[in-house]
Design a protein around this ligand. Sequence first.
Ligand SMILES: C[S@@+](CC[C@H](N)C(=O)[O-])C[C@H]1O[C@@H](n2cnc3c(N)ncnc32)[C@H](O)[C@@H]1O
Length: 362
Amino acid sequence: MKELSSKLKKLIMEKKNNYIKQYLNKIYSKSENGIFSSGNSGYWSNLSKDKNNEFSKLLETKDCKTAVKSFIPKFEEMIFSSKREAGLELLDHKKGGVCIDYGSMWGVLSVGMAKRGHQVIAVDQTYDSLNFLKTRSIEEGLENIHLVQDDIREVKFKDIADYAIVNGVLEWIPEKSEVIVSEYYEKKVSKTKSSIKKKLLKHPRDMQVEFLKKVYDSLNTGGQLFLAIENKLNYAYLLGRPDPHVNLKFTTFLPRSISNVISKIFRKKDYRTYIYSFSELKDLLREAGFKKIDDYCCFPMYHFPSLIFPNSNEGISQYIAYKDKNIVTWKQKLVFKYLEVFLMKYLKFKNLSPAIIVVAKK
Ligand SMILES: C[S@@+](CC[C@H](N)C(=O)[O-])C[C@H]1O[C@@H](n2cnc3c(N)ncnc32)[C@H](O)[C@@H]1O
């Protein structure tokens, strides 16, 4: 009996797998090395192109974990920690759904959704990241991850997904230049920047709404969006912690025109990586068509969440002090631990939480 049911499960999985493959085959005529391709590509990575080439070669001879441990050990947790998946539990998981992970990168959440039994379409512009995810999927026997190299601003998915994941991606939508994270933070101007005609670039917010409309279109009725992003009013930014996307102080919450001037002075570049407050983000989602929107406060950041609770008066009463291994010195403890406890536990300033997670329904 057990054998029969596992055979049946396998058969159903194969059927769903083929359905997604056929769907992607209709949209993408090209497929190379197991990755569907639109011809649209870009580059956003923590690694330089040379490092990524070396890393890809290493993956030909070593398994993913060993390769990461030996070549990029500082990203081991970022890639493999199951703590990164915690937010996915906010979704209402129906059996065997279809999920699109927009800007999947190395695929930590694609893997999380695949392990929960869904068919996952992982879309990213960066070939090297998808190549890593392909190797990992094969290693872990996750046949339900389908890889697509495309510009997520241009995708043509319609009424196909039960879940959409936009984790740490919305803020990068208006950025058209190549991003190598370390260089980007060091305020170097990207090589490709000058080739993009400034006048062709739309307003960052408009680009983000347009993208969210595409995400909305890709969902079935009742489909759920999981979106995570930094809160522009994070109390730490108000106190001078640099904007994590441009490494400049105060740009997250100052009027955009002033942030733009600051960015032009210090980075010779427009300020485009817009992040939002809770209410502004919900406005964006409503504009894109989403109706039922639940927002959550997330601590200390959505990458490795320790606390997630509803952004409500009842929710904030769930705040408790937690261990953050990045808080080490006394100064850090004073400013970022005790102050946070004071702000959240006693003053209940939930709108100053570090990060926002939204679950929105079509
Ligand atoms: C900060 S990473 C987030 C990675 C992943 N979602 C996670 O949580 O680990 C941003 C990712 O979005 C991708 N991305 C940004 N803009 C994109 C675009 N227009 N088209 C496709 N991918 C894009 C980048 O290539 C990068 O892999």
